[in-house]
Design a protein around this ligand. Structure first.
Ligand SMILES: *Cc1c(COP(=O)(O)O)cnc(C)c1O
Length: 411
């Protein structure tokens, strides 16, 4: 698609999009342009009814019977299988559990223990903080283990005989650049290391093919592009051929081969279910399932193509109206995710001023303005209006109002 040349053209193109009907499937507030679905996805309307049913009927009326009747017990695998479809994985290789941070911990420890004699976690500086912190924590816990960071472009050559696991975030949370999963996973394998991918900014944003691209392990987030709700459970993937070699450091009963045999000794479940730990947060998991179900209805190719169109329009209008605010996200669609980031020293105050006018993006320290482009509920006209708004805020200096420099706990 060529980029629309006017707001009217953008409105016409939106109405013609196969994604257009999906916007009405979300409860979005009037007058808000929501460009932060990469941080907290919007609320699918069906999740309201679905969650009410889970709480009032499944829990309230059916009580403990729902573990079997409503298959609460099977939810980690059932929802995992649905997510597997979105990340190009065998349905038996993904489960939903815990948070992304906890899943990273479990898989990092498992990877290191499966690779005796190898002591290095290789990653990149500037990775999402929790990924680096969890890696440091694992290194502090396991004798001899170290974390080495090398720049994104140097990762492949840096993989060596010491490397146990290469842990990378597929799409960078800040600038949005995407790693070549196929090439890095192959380089890791050739050097005898495992690859572990964080898909938090990839799942639902760009095509992912874990099985095809040779990834060994992955984790990802449920509350961003999957619209699972604040703090939604995360998912994890372990390649089928790797599953039997790895065990979870949290040997909980839900990951036991026979949880309801209530035996004293721990026997890991066959397959990826061994990475379950304790009782899942059922209400949250079923809210995530509702978001994933909605996502799976949408035509996938059209979705990713539209994400790319939203990006191209955003980039083109910024270059035309605000050339002094550089885009830091790669322009090649295959080399990025589905958010767009710009650099400005006053990014924090500018973003507060934009949010004050109903265009919700976010700020990432120290100087990044970030906008999530979620094609299920964001259209070209939204992007058009958002850039107009930003241009007005810059032209009038509205962002200089001191109230826009007051920082909350969450940015
Ligand atoms: C959002 C995100 C997380 C979130 O981790 P939580 O444990 O859910 O807080 C982790 N890693 C990356 C790369 C993310 O983008």
């Amino acid at each position: 698609m060529s980029v629309p040349a006017s707001l009217d053209e953008a409105i016409v193109a939106d109405a013609a999009s196969p994604l257009h009907p999906y916007r009405a499937r979300f409860d979005l507030p009037e007058g808000v342009i929501y460009l932060d679905g990469n941080s907290l996805g919007a609320l699918p309307s069906q999740t309201v009814a679905q969650t009410a049913d889970v709480v009032t009927r499944q829990w309230g009326q059916r009580l403990i019977r729902s573990w079997n009747e409503a298959d609460w017990i099977g939810a980690p695998q059932r929802v995992g299988a649905k997510i597997a479809d979105l990340v190009g994985a065998d349905p038996r290789s993904v489960i939903v559990a815990d948070s992304t941070s906890v899943n990273l911990f479990k898989l990092l420890v498992a990877a290191l223990r499966a690779q005796p004699g190898r002591t290095e976690i290789l990653t990149e500086p500037g990775n999402f903080p929790t990924d680096l912190h969890v890696a440091e924590g694992v290194a502090a816990m396991l004798p001899g283990v170290t974390v080495r960071t090398v720049d994104a472009g140097a990762v492949m050559e840096a993989i060596g005989p010491e490397t146990a696991v290469v842990m990378l975030t597929h799409v960078h949370y800040k600038h949005g650049a995407r790693h070549d999963m196929l090439a890095v996973s192959a380089a890791a394998r050739a050097a005898g290391a495992l690859s572990l991918w964080d898909l938090s900014h990839s799942v639902g944003a760009v095509p992912v093919a874990l099985d095809r691209d040779g990834a060994d392990m992955a984790v990802g987030c449920g509350y961003k592009y999957l619209n699972g709700g604040p703090g939604a459970p995360a998912f994890l993937y372990v390649r089928d051929t790797v599953q039997a070699r790895v065990t979870s450091p949290i040997a909980g009963w839900m990951g036991h081969a026979e949880p309801f045999a209530f035996g004293d000794g721990y026997v890991p479940a066959p397959g990826v279910a061994r990475f379950l730990a304790g009782t899942p947060s059922v209400i949250a998991m079923l809210a995530l399932e509702s978001g994933v179900d909605l996502f799976r209805e949408a035509p996938r190719d059209a979705l990713f193509a539209r994400g790319a169109d939203l990006f191209d329009l955003f980039a083109a209008r910024m270059a035309a109206l605000l050339p002094a605010i550089p885009c830091v996200t790669p322009s090649d669609a295959a080399a990025r995710g589905s958010h767009i980031a710009f650099r400005h020293p006053d990014a924090f105050a500018i973003m507060q001023a934009v949010i004050d006018r109903g265009v919700i993006g976010d700020y990432r320290a120290p100087d990044i303005l970030r906008f999530g482009l979620t094609p299920l509920y964001v259209g070209l006209a939204d992007v058009w209006r958002a850039v107009d708004m930003l241009a007005d805020i810059m032209a009038t200096g509205a962002w200089r109002d001191p109230r826009f420099s007051v920082r909350g706990l969450v940015t």
